[in-house]
Ligand binder design. Structure first.
Ligand code: ATP
Ligand code: MG
Ligand code: MG
Ligand code: MG
Length: 562
């Protein structure tokens, strides 16, 4: 690959809405360009990285015995109605009408389509177990698309669906997938943790998430040094003892009938709820305002905002709250019991008080903040307020870290197969509903997460496995000196023959600009071929993470890649 024939376009400036390092660096490196909110074009450079992640995921899925298939991104309403998710998925589901007025959605995940395939394809227990996977575009109409491809609306996901006659077999495949995921993230060279999770809107029994550890991560994770315990905050809160956690648990579990939800919120806040109150709006001591509102009529929202100059903890009137949240008056209203509840908060609110974790998720994610005067001070066991140093129930130290969710595995059980009547005949010739597991990896999110974890002032630092090229050979003055170009081309061929993904930077840029580009786009190894070096029989080698370059002869250079 010659960079003079490739398309690279790096920039110094980034748009002001690019708040996260990975978003800024992906734009500056020219990996992505915005088409519209949450929709990104992958440049040739960005695509090289995306494809590397995709290839490793595909290889490990195949090594684990899964088989690739592909379902359409556009799926009929009827299929989603059969499982109840046409409604349940809420406004994240993009609904589309064709010219015949038939209604479809753009797939945000594909349990329905996979179960439909299974019911057509699988008729006997002898065909089981089987695990079908695809690497396919998904669309979710995220309430707040942000951070570039980290939380996009259109994104690339690997999703797999396994089918089983019995639960034991499902559990075995679930463990098999967890091991495969660990291999994927290890091969990608990322620092990751697997944590207990809540199965959320997808439903089902056991569920675990894989997180790339990064301070900027949207999710809070809780670990103990005393055992293998690791959970995301949501699951940890649900499992922890103590009045706040109990209130959190109540809140999490509410099936959303208006009164019950209001009661749970009131319990959490430690306030009295009058029988007539159908909605709640509260100022907290920290100057936050919290309102339980009816949002855009097909979702229930809790809105959180930072209010300056407000003190005290009290119920506020609708107009006052509306003013502070920048909402229209009239937004307060009873909950719609048929719809999920969602927390909406500004990121700075989340960052400042660790108030909300994963704010645009369906459900409640509530982290350490002074929720109410009447609640006792948090105990050690209240992991939402854990500091390092605090003791966990198992005697170990509690650690809290932030993570980026890059993978999620679920034991779904039989709910989808039941709804779609996906059955096989067992050994006795009797029809049995299949058990299902599903396993997702956010391929495009991994690219951003890797940068979040690996960068410096000069730009991206790719782990070798994800780099657009492992090594770039930079030619000084390629046009002026034929022998330098020829020597560089020769070295490139040798590197490629040694199995390296190598490119030649023959663009003829000034050395400073060329090196800045190669550093910005995160190439792990750089070799400079110059007239002076050739005369001395040396190449200049620099690892992206090294502070200094080294002069090496050819054998010494090749030994770096052995
Ligand atoms: P999040 O909590 O970040 O909203 P999720 O729990 O809704 O993610 P899943 O339904 O578990 O996501 O989907 C599987 C994987 O797809 C996630 O682990 C994540 O890596 C990726 N993913 C989900 N939503 C997005 C998005 N909007 N943009 C990019 N990747 C996403
Ligand atoms: Mg989500
Ligand atoms: Mg999640
Ligand atoms: Mg998830």
């Amino acid at each position: 690959m010659r960079l003079s024939q490739f398309h690279l376009r790096t920039t110094k400036e980034t748009p002001s809405d690019a708040e996260l390092t990975s978003h800024r660096l992906m734009l500056r490196a020219g990996m992505i360009r915005k088409l519209a909110s949450g929709l990104y074009i992958w440049s040739p450079l960005g695509l090289r990285v995306l494809r590397k992640v995709e290839r490793i995921v595909r290889e490990e899925m195949e090594n684990a015995g899964a088989v690739e298939f592909q379902v359409p991104t556009i799926q009929p309403k009827e299929l989603w109605e059969a499982t109840g998710r046409w409604e349940k998925f809420g406004p994240q589901l993009l609904k589309i009408k064709d010219r015949k007025d038939q209604v479809f959605c753009y797939s945000p995940t594909a349990e329905e389509a996979a179960a439909d395939f299974a019911r057509q394809e699988l008729s006997s227990y002898k065909q089981l177990p089987v695990n079908f996977f695809q690497i396919q575009t998904k669309f979710r109409d995220e309430i707040r698309p942000r951070f570039g491809v980290m939380r996009a609306r259109e994104f690339l996901m690997k999703d797999a669906y396994s089918f089983h006659l019995d639960d034991e077999c499902l559990v075995r495949e679930y463990e098999n997938m967890k091991a495969a995921y660990a291999r994927v993230f290890t091969r990608l060279g990322l620092d990751f943790r697997m944590v207990q999770a809540d199965s959320g809107a997808i439903g089902g029994d056991a569920s675990q998430e894989f997180h790339v550890i990064a301070d900027s991560g949207e999710d809070a994770l809780v670990f103990s040094t005393g055992s293998d315990y690791a959970a995301n905050m949501e699951a940890a809160v649900a499992a922890a003892p103590g009045p706040r956690a109990a209130a959190g648990e109540a809140l999490r579990k509410v099936e959303t009938p208006t009164q019950k939800t209001c009661e749970a919120v009131a319990a959490l806040l430690g306030i009295e709820l009058s029988r007539t109150v159908k909605s709640i709006a509260v100022m907290t001591e920290a100057g936050f305002v919290l309102a339980l509102v009816r949002g855009d009529h097909d979702v229930n929202e809790i809105k959180l905002g930072k209010v300056d100059g407000l003190q005290g903890y009290r119920m506020a009137g609708e107009a006052e709250i509306a003013t502070h949240l920048g909402s229209e008056p009239g937004f307060l209203g009873p909950l719609n019991p048929a719809q999920p509840i969602r927390v909406v908060a500004d990121r700075d609110v989340a960052a400042m008080a660790d108030f909300v974790v994963g704010a645009n998720e369906v459900g409640f994610h509530i982290a350490g903040v002074n929720w109410g005067r009447d609640l006792p001070e948090p105990e050690v066991a209240d992991i939402r307020n854990a500091k390092e140093g605090d003791r966990a129930a198992d005697g170990g130290e509690l650690r809290v870290a932030r993570g980026i969710e890059v993978g999620h595995v679920f034991q779904l059980g039989r709910q989808y197969a039941q709804a779609l009547n996906a059955t096989v005949l067992d050994e006795n010739g009797k029809a049995q509903v299949m058990a299902m597991g599903c396993y997702g990896i956010g391929i495009s999110r991994i690219v951003a997460a890797a940068i979040e974890q690996n960068h410096d002032d000069a730009g991206i630092i790719w782990p070798d496995a994800m780099a657009p090229w492992q090594v770039v050979v930079c030619v000084i003055n390629p046009k002026q000196d034929e022998s330098v170009s020829a020597a560089a081309a020769d070295l490139l061929a040798e590197l490629q023959a040694a199995g390296l993904d190598a490119a030649l930077d023959d663009r003829g840029l000034r050395p400073g600009n060329m090196f800045a580009d190669i550093e910005l786009i995160g190439v792990p190894h750089r070799v400079v071929v110059s007239e002076r070096g050739l005369a001395a029989g040396t190449f200049e080698y620099r690892a992206r993470t090294a502070s200094e370059a080294e002069s090496l002869d050819r054998a010494g250079l090749m030994a770096k890649f052995a």
